[in-house]
Design a protein. Structure first.
Length: 193
């Protein structure tokens, strides 16, 4: 009997090769892990939005299913791609909420959207995404480490495996990138970029 990890990998390969039934068998195996990661994303949001992680998972899942690129190496790779999709969903909503707030709330924001990113945090998400994009231009691996650890909830060993590097390198990248992002976000806040 295959382990859960190898079963996920087999189902990902089957789904990538066009077996849509594999997706039905895959989702129950990865859903709780995706939910845990979504809860991690939402941990800083105001209390009272019980469907936040579920809404985030569903939006990210729609991005994954709609993507023409479905060739995942393994479970860790899939979870990393899912983390990237969740980040994109959060940033898209944050930009919409932030834009509406700056325009005095004239744009319509659905209740589901507002439940995912509060107006109080929207500017933070947008600033973090902009800073990560700047870091990616300077050092793509360091930006990817932040994305995988912070947004993806992957541990050091999983990130090292995915990026084909050592755990020590991941830790150095993680420490450097966190410090760089703090300085960059502070600089942007002071200059209101």
């Amino acid at each position: 009997m295959p382990s859960a990890r190898s079963e996920v990998t087999q189902l990902l390969v089957a789904w990538g090769n066009g077996d849509e039934a594999a997706l039905d068998r895959l989702m129950p195996l990865v859903y709780e892990e995706l939910r845990r990661r979504a809860r991690h994303y939402m941990s800083g949001q105001p209390a009272g939005h019980t469907l936040q992680p579920t809404a985030l998972i569903h939006e990210a899942f729609l991005k994954l299913v709609g993507s023409p690129e479905r060739h995942w190496q393994n479970r860790t790779h899939f979870l990393a791609v899912a983390a990237q999709a969740m980040r994109q969903v959060l940033v898209d909503y944050a930009r919409a909420v932030h834009c509406a707030k700056r325009r005095g709330g004239l744009d319509r924001i659905d209740l589901d959207d507002a439940a995912i990113v509060s107006p109080e945090r929207a500017g933070e998400f947008v600033a973090l995404d902009d800073a990560l994009s700047t870091l990616a231009q300077m050092d793509a691996r360091k930006a990817r480490v932040i994305e995988l650890r912070y947004f993806g909830g992957l541990n050091v060993e999983e990130v090292a495996e995915l990026l084909d590097t050592s755990p020590a390198t991941v830790m150095r990248d993680w420490q450097f990138a966190k410090s760089w992002l703090r300085r960059e976000l502070t600089r942007r806040e002071r200059h209101d970029i």
